[in-house]
Design a protein around this ligand. Structure first.
Ligand SMILES: Cc1cc2nc3c(=O)[nH]c(=O)nc-3n(C[C@H](O)[C@H](O)[C@H](O)COP(=O)(O)OP(=O)(O)OC[C@H]3O[C@@H](n4cnc5c(N)ncnc54)[C@H](O)[C@@H]3O)c2cc1C
Length: 300
């Protein structure tokens, strides 16, 4: 069933979400819409507020686990003008739903550098802000000028400080949507941008399972000199499999969908890795992957 809010903008019911995630697991969204402008986005948010329906956002689903039974919420996927990128002077202007790859392409074509780190992060600008995603020593907070954050009642422009960005964390409220962002860049030769991005991607491919279905880092790196992957590997868990979910033989902080994985398989594997690391090293791992639906890891 679809509900037409007006004209051609519709809210659909029971839309499968697995195809909107890079791991490819999970059930349907109770409600689903693709707003293409801030007006459409606010109308969808107001509809949800009136109906007392929770709101969730999916970007490229590259750090996302969706409950197998689905999500009792309005799930938004930004589209249209909210998923484009353009350059204005030395500023990259991205819709919250614009893929980082598109942003980088626009920046390179305009002779702007500084966003190359995002070539290794297969998400959107909005997901990058929400996660303060980062790679190779740079994070979104280092290049972000501000983000346009929309909820049912307001459209606000927030700086990185106001967004409270830190390691894989933002202070964005539940249901707040990053509709757009401005990224401050510097002049650079397009060929130099291309070379840096290619080098970062090559480094990535040498150490991570980039050709498998994964959701990126499972856990945040704990304080100290050993990352989450190293700790899981030292527990002997590389290649450990539950159902269709496999701890990557290439990098232990990745879970691969080895076939017909379910989200429950991924959660069981995460719980096992977390328990083993806690028992062996006394370290409590915190999940980096975001949960949609009533998912949680068992207490230690
Ligand atoms: C192979 C691989 C490599 C990766 N490497 C890295 C890496 O080096 N560094 C790194 O930081 N991450 C990495 N990731 C994880 C992931 O790409 C990042 O976290 C990315 O920023 C997520 O963006 P997304 O658009 O896919 O968000 P999603 O995965 O769709 O969502 C992630 C979270 O952001 C929220 N969200 C998404 N869009 C919006 C929006 N517009 N407004 C508000 N909230 C929103 C979602 O609700 C969810 O809570 C990797 C993932 C993969 C699969």
């Amino acid at each position: 069933m679809s509900i037409a809010l007006w004209g051609c903008f519709v809210i659909d019911e029971n839309v499968a979400l697995a195809r909107f995630t890079t791991i490819g697991t999970g059930g349907p969204a109770r409600w689903f819409a693709r707003p293409e402008s801030i007006d459409e986005l606010q109308d969808a948010l107001r509809w949800a507020a009136e109906k007392n329906v929770a709101v969730e956002v999916v970007g490229l689903g590259s750090n996302l686990l969706v409950h197998d039974a689905g999500v009792d919420a309005l799930v938004l996927k930004l589209a249209g003008e909210l998923a484009t990128a353009a350059v204005e002077g030395e500023t990259l202007v991205m819709g919250g739903g614009a893929p980082n790859a598109v942003g980088l392409h626009r920046a390179r074509a305009a002779g702007l550098g500084g966003f190359e780190f995002a070539s290794a992060i297969p998400g959107t600008g909005g997901g990058g802000v929400r996660m303060n995603a980062g790679a190779y020593g740079r994070e979104f907070k280092d290049v972000l000028i501000d983000a346009t954050v929309v909820d049912a009642d307001s459209v606000r422009t927030l700086t990185p400080e106001e967004l409270d960005l830190s390691y894989r964390h933002s202070g964005l409220a539940q249901g707040a949507v990053v509709a757009g962002l401005r990224v401050g860049l510097e002049p650079s030769e397009p060929q130099a941008v291309k070379l840096i991005a290619a080098e970062l991607l090559a480094r990535r491919k040498a150490t991570q399972p980039t050709n498998k279905r994964t959701f990126g880092s499972v856990f945040k790196n704990p304080p100290g000199d050993r990352g989450a992957g190293r700790l899981i590997e030292e527990c002997g868990l590389k290649g450990h499999q539950i159902g269709g979910a496999l701890i990557s033989p290439r990098h232990a902080n990745f879970i691969e969908n080895a076939g017909e994985a379910t989200t429950a398989d991924c959660i069981a594997l995460m719980a096992e890795a977390r328990r083993r690391v806690h028992d062996q090293f006394g370290v409590t791992l915190e999940h980096e992957v975001q949960f949609l639906g009533p998912l949680e890891l068992p207490p230690l």
